[in-house]
Design a protein around this ligand. Structure first.
Ligand code: ACM
Ligand code: ZN
Length: 742
């Protein structure tokens, strides 16, 4: 809609308005656009820093200096536009007026102008006219913490990449760079008082190879203790480089929040300075990934070390917040350490959870005395939350909710939406777009006000190259930027996609690798009688080629090309993938297409027939070869009548009654694997050993009865099985007995 208005209004269309994140209020007006010309001039009446950013953008794009012209004007003015990051942007044919209360707002107005200019300005001079349509924008973010975390411990990327990362944040109006500088994979910050942290702790043995899998081995991290011992992998930032990066970020209104991990995830420190370990911990117990690395919480020398490290950290980083990690701490060494035992007795601590809490409280007091605020991962809630501590909620959002209810500030960063090291199949761009840090369960405005915002985390165990990091970050980070900036009632996934599609051209110009959108199949299974079609909505608009196969093999750029809805007369496992010019691909999306004309028996009884099998499998077995222990009738999908044994399998069969014509979505949940078929077609394959998770699928059904088949196995440990559905006129819920027959 916007782009139509725009195309009608301007003589040189700058393309659709690909503003990301979307401004809160935007109106595009008619008339000729503002054109940056040699006669244009910037007038900075508010003593901002943003005018220099604009001049640089225009100079780099066109050679125009904006210094001395006497024609059209770009005026920067101080005004009460709202919060610190708010701005007003008004564009007429002869004037651009940028108003902001603070420098950050003016900087964001310039980023908006940048996104309104042709994408090819990003890779040098453009021959296109630099024009901006006449418009009015009033804008400000809904959250104050719009962050990204980069793990440089597991893999080290260096100054140039880090600055690029900061550029990406700034372009999308994000304002926090959480820098994970310490973890088991390496210590990345120079510390004057403890030079071995980087002479030893920044260099581990290179296990070779690149992604996937190479250069990282959880159990086998070994540091280089003497020259020539092995090929080193690693690196670190000198203090000078850190100062340069912190300033670079500050110039772009990005705060760098350093993370110095304690009391766990500190292998390079305890390797470099073994006195930081608990009593009686041998060298041989102290290689590799957790759980073997933890600072001794008993010895005073640990705190002398950490306080000195934090003093040097605070000298480098002006950030109010200092992150001390505190996640995933293994307490085994503490339990066997005389110094830790004495500490627990002196401080009257009941157990090692309270010892961890005491540790964090002590660091919180230290940081607070120095005018800073402590952040930790949500484990800092265990054993009691330190007063003044801010919680970063990662194991879901419940830690964040609990902290907010205690009146503490929170940053939401749950694994469900914010872990950009997870595959796109698991956390899609659309899923990230659906993230809202103001989660259900916060009951009062006071509680909601403690949610500072959200961030995504890029853990790099399996990300060893810059290209791979970019691919995992984009376009999910753009979706995150919008969820943290734009009001919920302004957000729309189809509208976001419409703005994102042309924006890929800007990412190309910035030479950013990215993950294409996945083929938007509406169903995971189709039943047909005669013939049917498979439609992939949006495929025409995508700038990539869509390829498909029918025989279950994975499609590539050499497979048949999809150009219009596929007419299908043969059953098969149809797979689709987008392939970009670079050869990078989307995730493969699968739809199982089966012929169906089954007639249910005329006499049916309520419930499904469930057969139980005992035996140990690590994948779903071939049930046709097995004899059940027993078969019973059940009125729902679950494990209520499972065998006594720890390892078993279940097969549920019967008829599902679809109450009306329409699209049905199913969610099967299980621990371990499960599979759902309807009418013989595979709706969800959730096979393999895993904890309880749900997986979704969908099928369009006509009103009637369909064979349903649910398979499940449990290898030992926790067990579960659930099946929910939504359909025409009803939302997601368990399948009631009246819909299940045999
Ligand atoms: C974390 O992912 N361990 C914070
Ligand atoms: Zn100890």
């Amino acid at each position: 809609m916007l782009s139509c208005l725009l195309a009608a209004a301007v003589t040189t269309a700058p393309g659709p308005l690909s503003l990301l994140p979307k401004p809160q209020n935007l109106s595009v007006k008619g008339g000729a656009p503002f054109v940056f010309a040699a006669s244009s001039k910037v007038l900075d009446q508010g003593d901002f820093d943003a005018d220099e950013h604009l001049k640089t953008i225009i100079r780099d794009a066109s050679g125009i200096s904006l210094d001395s012209g006497s024609g059209s004007k770009i005026i920067f003015r101080r005004a009460n536009t709202g919060g610190e990051e708010s701005y007003r942007l008004s564009v007429s044919q002869t004037e651009i007026v940028i108003e902001a209360a603070e420098d950050a707002g003016a900087f964001y107005a310039v980023q908006t102008l940048r996104q309104l200019l042709p994408a090819d300005i990003e890779d040098g001079r453009t021959s296109k006219q630099l024009s901006i349509p006449q418009l009015e924008i009033e804008d400000e973010p809904i959250t104050e913490w719009r962050g990204m975390m980069m793990d440089e411990s597991r893999h080290f990327f260096g100054v140039e990449y880090t600055k690029r990362f900061i550029d990406w944040l700034a372009l999308h109006k994000m304002n926090v760079f959480h820098w994970h500088l310490v973890d088991d994979g390496g210590w990345r910050m120079e510390v004057d008082a403890y030079p071995k942290l980087t002479s030893i702790g920044a260099w581990r043995e290179d296990t070779g190879g690149v992604w996937p899998g190479g250069n990282w081995n959880f159990g086998n991290i070994r540091y280089i203790m003497s020259e020539g011992q092995a090929k080193p992998y690693g690196g670190f930032y000198s203090k000078e480089e850190i100062r340069d990066i912190v300033k670079y970020a500050a110039d772009r209104h990005v705060t760098v929040v350093p993370e110095i991990e304690m009391p766990g995830h500190c292998l390079p420190a305890t390797i470099s300075y073994p006195y930081l370990r608990c009593d009686n911990v041998a060298e041989s117990e102290h290689v590799g990934y957790t759980p073997t690395n933890v600072f001794c919480a008993g010895k005073e020398s640990t705190f002398e070390f950490l306080e000195t490290v934090l003093e040097e950290t605070m000298e480098l980083f002006p950030s109010e917040f200092i992150h001390i990690g505190a996640d995933e701490v293994w307490k085994g060494h503490w339990e066997n350490c005389d110094s830790c035992a004495k500490r627990m007795s002196d401080e009257d601590l009941a157990d090692t959870h309270e010892l961890q809490s005491w540790f964090v409280r002590r660091m919180e007091r230290f940081l607070s005395k120095n005018g800073r605020r402590l952040i930790g991962w949500d484990e800092i809630l265990e054993g009691g939350l330190a007063p003044g501590a801010t919680v970063m909620s990662w194991r879901g959002v419940s830690g964040g909710i609990a902290a907010a209810k205690q009146g503490r500030d929170v940053i939401m960063s749950p694994t469900s939406h914010c872990y950009f090291d997870y595959a796109y199949n698991n956390i899609s761009t659309e899923k990230v777009y659906g993230f809202n840090p103001i989660v259900d369960g916060l009951d009062t405005d006071e509680e909601r006000s403690h949610i500072l915002g959200g961030q995504a985390n890029v853990w790099t165990e399996w990300i060893s190259s810059v290209d791979r990091a970019e691919y995992m970050i984009f376009p999910r980070m753009i979706a995150l930027a919008e969820t943290l900036w734009t009001a919920e009632d302004q957000k729309s996934w189809p509208d976001f996609q419409n703005r994102l599609m042309p924006y890929f051209e800007r990412l190309d110009a910035l030479e950013i690798d990215y993950h294409p959108m996945n083929p938007a199949l509406k169903e995971t299974a189709i039943l047909f009688d005669g013939s049917t079609t498979i439609d992939v909505p949006g495929a025409k608009q995508m700038p990539w080629a869509l390829h498909w196969t029918r025989d279950g093999s994975d499609p590539t750029g050499d497979s048949p090309r999809y150009t219009k809805p596929l007419k299908v007369t043969k059953p098969g496992t149809y797979k689709f993938v987008y392939v970009m010019k670079s050869g990078l691909t989307s995730d493969i999306q699968t739809v199982d297409v089966q012929q169906f004309s089954a007639k249910p028996p005329s006499k049916l009884s309520m419930g499904l027939r469930m057969s139980a099998y005992t035996g140990t499998w690590d994948l779903l077995p071939d049930f046709s070869t097995l004899k059940p222990e027993y078969t019973v009738t059940v009125d729902g999908v679950g494990t209520a009548f499972k065998p006594q044994d720890d390892a078993y399998a279940l097969l549920l069969k019967g008829w599902l009654k679809a109450p009306a014509d329409g699209l049905y979505n199913f969610r099967i949940g299980s621990d371990d694997g499960s599979r759902l078929r309807i009418g013989g077609a595979l709706i969800v394959d959730h096979d393999g050993p895993h904890g309880h998770t749900e997986k979704a699928g969908a099928i369009r059904l006509k009103k009637g009865l369909y064979p349903i088949r649910v398979e499940m196995f449990e290898i030992g440990g926790g067990d579960s099985l659930s099946l929910r559905w939504s359909g025409p006129g009803f939302t997601m819920k368990p399948i009631n007995p009246e819909y299940l027959w045999h």
